[in-house]
Design a protein around this ligand. Structure first.
Ligand SMILES: Nc1ncnc2c1ncn2[C@@H]1O[C@H](COP(=O)(O)OP(=O)(O)O)[C@@H](O)[C@H]1O
Ligand SMILES: [Mg+2]
Length: 1006
């Protein structure tokens, strides 16, 4: 251990530093981090032959030279040699310091090592007749890093190292074999010979490639500049304005464009230059170690040279630059001389036209470059030169007085893309538009307006790229490098933020204080805001700038630490009586991570289950189905057979699946619930639902009757409400609306007592249905419907279920305005629901209303939509009902062929639908005898119901059949009888149709 203050060595048990007296701070365990690193493993091929052929002393010299060569290449690329194992060298990139291009550096190093080895090999062959060849493997993956570098070795072991070593063994002499992860983490590299190899100790075959080349990482190569340019009008205008000012005023200016990595700075400038075809000159700074310190400037200046080559007074300056700057980007012979020569050159060009210089990625500028720029700006004051410097916000860490040094300087911030622009861009990035909207929305949300994040997320989703916990590795590296550069306090604060607010809803500094004692989170948050990693939202709250940053910050925490933090935060939430969902979610995370690292977590598991199950039950009660699904699935996943509460949870989960139209999942949940339930009521609910899923009405009635006793004995309101609804449905199918209403009244009462919104809506919907079809005159039925709706409209789906009946009651009375208003309300409510059935009922209602208004086209296409929705959820009775309605539309249009087609082979056994079917069948039947018989049976069947409208419709079918067969007298009397039925109900549309028929038959309406 060393002193944090003066770095003196400390005794193992020291509490104060013996040199400077500073108290020894024992770093908390939590300072361990998870990191994504790239490992290079290099070994000698055929080393036994070499050791046999060489004298031991010579061998030693050779091996030392080999180590030295390899270490040199590794260090030059920013890697750390972890250890020498026999003849093998292992290096790690990204352990002590995380850089966004660690993987790329590892690959460059690997190629460099093979080259260095090849050179050495040639030498050895010539001098000693032996060969030295290396095999190399490179892999990228997650490791746990200890804060104490002394303990590092032990921890970079594990799977990543294992895989890398195996890759090395699978490589041929002189070959570099890279994993898919290393390849995708490195960005644009050239590989060949993709193949799958089985590695010892690794379950699945691993995809590997032979590394061929690592081209320079220029944005044109690594990023997608091919997609259309989106938005950014204001930024383009700012660039235009700066340029105009330079041209107008004839004075040199500096414009600095600042923005986080990937926000679109380079693309913006490229687009601007492309549009404004002036002189296009771009230089680019690169991370340390890549080229001369002034290379960026050299790239800018080189294209200008030819313009002034013949100007004698510039000759000496050019000659000087050709010996240094223009040769290799170095400031030879001196910085001063180079700056003066560049100024001379620029002055000559600017004498003929305004000059634009763009230097990208200035955060990597060397101080010498900044010094030269400084001199240029000072020296060129009165010439039209615009220098545009593009940089990440880190620029200001490297050069704190960048913005204040030059009076003629201004800074523009390149900000995030708007959500609509992001969505448009995401669509362009996708080669195939296979994404569902949910995925696109998720991607846009995670990216937080950063185009590069968008690009990489889309690519990862599309190509199923190697990821670190769902994040593309290259993106993970980019963000991890930013986080790594933070101070300890800021990094810790950011990570706590990611724990408490994974979804970016916002958190307060006080929330973080609940997690970590001490630490000035306010200060750290301010600093994070300055660095654009966190942004303030309303009321002194904050949130992490985007989902990607939040995820990467979170993934830096060890699992043990995540577990601790989630548990502690759950306690904090529980003390403040937060919602079950929130507490449960954190407890579930705590459980997940604590059990992942082998800590006992059973109590956490059952507590998490309790909260999530309760929250899920509440969400189901309020009919918030997607939310209920999330919570209950999480809760159920925490349990195994025999856990208390599990059957009830599965039962609820089944109900959610069923209502969402996911029949398979529903069946599975109900079956398990029925098998595992120890409470009779739970088993009864599960059995009842399984019977519903089987769609055998007779069996359902029987099961409902059986379970009634169970529910009754246990006073289970929910169950009582459900069995009564089943019973009511069975009355309705027989056309006994009055009886249905009798059982629906208690069904509603029980549903209300159980506070179950879904059952309330069901019962009310069924009541509405019976009011619509039943004997009560439409005007009074409407009043009742209205009153019920007024009393219960706030409950979940009531507006949809009861609204359906109310709309129809208006429609049969031909009240156009009321119908339209009620239809709009009901359809809006249905559209807002996630019920699978609402996808059916919505077009059905539209169709029925259209049919009552004789808008047959509209009715037809809406029925087609309803039909496909009903078929999709395999709801047989709904399919039947829709086909009948569609047949009616064809009849109204005198297309008996199409109508006959639809009812052919259709069987129904319930009185209400049967009368309808027989009536249609009669009207399409060519044989007179059979047609009459069918029509009579339709009337007889309808008479057994208590529905005046059904009765009226059957009579009208009879009238049509008689008329078609040339029997006007019985036709007229049937039409008159129909008219009476419709009038009794107040069914204006039916009445009008009957009257039209009467007058067509030459009779006079009464
Ligand atoms: N306005 C935009 N329209 C279309 N694509 C964009 C836009 N801005 C950025 N991109 C794309 O996003 C990626 C990252 O942009 P880039 O300019 O390289 O970011 P930066 O230079 O800020 O790191 C690139 O592929 C780029 O083409
Ligand atoms: Mg860039």
């Amino acid at each position: 251990m060393t002193c944090a203050s003066c770095a003196a060595d400390l005794a193992a048990d020291a509490r104060f530093c013996s040199r400077c007296g500073t108290a020894v701070v024992v770093r908390p365990k939590g300072a361990e981090e998870r990191k994504v690193v790239s490992v290079v493993f290099c070994d000698l091929a055929g080393s036994t032959e070499m050791s046999g052929a060489l004298d031991p002393e010579l061998l030693r010299t050779v091996l030392l030279r080999y180590y030295e060569l390899m270490s040199g290449v590794i260090a030059a690329n920013g890697g750390v040699v972890e250890k020498f194992i026999g003849d093998a060298v292992m290096a790690v990139f990204g352990l002590t310091e995380t850089r966004e291009d660690d993987a790329r550096r590892a690959l460059v190093a690997a190629l460099g090592m093979t080259e260095a080895a090849a050179g050495f090999d040639a030498e050895l062959r010539r001098d000693h007749g032996v060969r030295l060849r290396v095999r190399i493997g490179v892999h990228t993956g997650e490791v746990v890093a200890l804060p104490d570098p002394g303990e590092r070795q032990a921890f970079v072991s594990g799977e990543v190292v294992n895989i890398t070593a195996r890759l090395e063994q699978a490589a041929g002499p002189g070959e570099v074999l890279v994993s898919a992860a290393a390849r995708s983490a490195a960005g644009a590299v050239t590989v060949a010979d993709p193949r799958r190899v089985s590695l010892k100790g690794v379950a699945e075959p691993v995809e590997v490639f032979r590394l061929v080349d690592v081209p320079p990482a220029d944005p044109e190569r690594t990023r997608r500049f091919d997609v259309p340019f989106i938005g950014r009008e204001a930024d383009l205008a700012a660039l235009d304005a700066a340029w105009r000012r330079v041209v107008d005023e004839g004075a040199a200016r500096l414009l600095t464009l600042v923005g986080e990595p990937g926000i679109g700075k380079t693309r913006l400038v490229a687009e601007w230059l492309r549009r404004d075809t002036g002189s296009v000159v771009i230089g680019r700074c690169r991370p340390v170690g890549d080229g001369g310190t002034l290379t960026a400037l050299a790239e800018c200046v080189a294209p200008l040279v030819y313009e002034v080559e013949r100007v004698a007074s510039v000759e000496p300056a050019l000659a000087l630059l050709r010996r240094g700057l223009l040769r290799d980007g170095t400031p030879a012979p001196s910085l001063d001389a180079t700056a003066a020569a560049v100024a001379r050159l620029l002055a000559a060009v600017a004498g003929t036209r305004p000059v634009l210089l763009v230097i990208d990625d200035c955060q990597w500028a060397q101080p010498s470059l900044v010094a030269v720029l400084d001199r240029l700006l000072a020296g060129l004051g009165a010439l039209p030169v615009l220098l545009v410097c593009v940089a990440r916000p880190d620029l200001l860490d490297a050069f704190p007085d960048w913005e204040t040094t030059w009076p003629s300087a201004e800074t523009a911030v390149v900000g995030r893309l708007s959500a609509p622009d992001s969505a448009r861009l995401a669509a362009h990035f996708a080669d195939v538009s296979t994404h569902d909207t949910a995925t696109t929305e998720w991607i846009v949300g995670q990216a937080g307006g950063n185009p590069l994040y968008l690009e990489q997320l889309v690519a990862a989703v599309e190509h199923d790229d190697a990821t670190a916990g769902g994040l593309p590795l290259s993106l993970q590296a980019l963000v991890a490098a930013r986080i790594d550069r933070l101070g300890d306090a800021e990094r810790a604060t950011l990570r706590l933020g990611a724990v408490v607010d994974p979804d970016g809803d916002g958190f307060a500094a006080a929330d973080l204080a609940a997690l970590a004692d001490g630490g000035d989170h306010d200060r750290a948050l301010r600093e994070l805001v300055r660095r654009k990693l966190v942004e303030p939202v309303a009321d002194g709250r904050y949130r992490i700038a985007n989902g990607i940053t939040s995820q990467v910050a979170y993934r830096g925490l060890t699992k043990r630490r995540r577990g601790e933090l989630h548990e502690r935060y759950a306690e904090h939430l529980a003390a403040r009586a937060a919602s079950d969902a929130l507490i449960g979610t954190h407890l579930a995370q705590a459980h997940r991570y604590q059990s992942a690292v082998g800590l006992p977590a059973d109590t956490l598991r059952s507590r998490a289950f309790g909260h999530l199950d309760r929250a899920g039950a509440e969400a189901l009660r309020r009919v918030d189905l997607p939310w209920a699904l999330t919570l209950l699935e999480q809760a159920a996943d925490l349990t195994t057979a025999g856990d208390p509460g599990r059957p009830e949870c599965l039962q609820r989960l089944g109900e959610v699946h069923l209502t969402l139209g996911r029949h398979e999942q529903a069946r599975e949940a109900f079956t398990t619930a029925a098998a595992e339930a120890d409470r009779p009521v739970t088993a009864a609910h599960a059995r009842l639902h399984l019977a519903m899923l089987r769609q055998d009405m007779a069996e359902l009635d029987r099961v409902a009757a059986e379970e009634f006793d169970v529910f009754h004995a246990h006073g289970d309101d929910l169950g009582l409400s459900r069995v009564r609804c089943v019973l009511a449905r069975s009355h309705q199918r027989r056309g006994e609306q009055g009886r249905a209403l009798n059982v629906l009244e208690p069904a509603l009462r029980h549903a209300l007592a159980a506070a179950a919104d879904r059952e309330v809506a069901n019962a009310l919907g069924a009541i509405g249905l019976s009011l619509w079809h039943g004997p009560l005159p439409a005007a009074r039925a409407t009043e009742q419907c209205r009153a019920l709706l007024a009393a219960h409209r706030d409950r979940g789906a009531v507006q949809a279920t009861l609204g359906f009946a109310l709309t129809m009651l208006h429609a049969i009375q031909a009240r156009t305005a009321e119908t339209a208003a009620a239809l709009a309300d009901a359809q809006e409510a249905m559209a807002a629901m996630s019920y699978a059935e609402s996808r059916f009922f919505r077009p059905l209602l539209g169709a029925l209303v259209a049919a009552h208004g004789a808008d047959w086209d509209q009715a037809r296409w809406q029925l087609r939509e309803a039909l496909s929705a009903a078929s999709a959820v395999r709801a047989d009775s709904l399919v039947r009902q829709t086909r009948l309605e569609l047949a009616r539309v064809h009849l109204a249009e005198d297309d008996t062929g199409a109508a006959g087609e639809l009812v052919r082979g259709l069987t129904v056994d319930d009185s209400a639908d049967l009368a309808n079917l027989l009536g249609v069948a009669a009207r399409v039947e060519p044989d007179p005898g059979r047609a009459t018989e069918l029509a009579r049976r339709a009337v007889a069947t309808a008479r057994r119901t208590d529905s005046p409208a059904d009765h009226g419709r059957a009579l009208l079918d009879l009238a049509h059949t008689h008329a078609r067969l040339g029997r006007p007298v019985p036709a007229l009397s049937a039409a008159r009888a129909a008219e009476r039925r419709f009038a009794a109900k107040g069914h204006a549309v039916g009445s009008a149709r009957a009257r039209r028929m009467i007058s067509e038959l030459g009779g006079r309406p009464r």
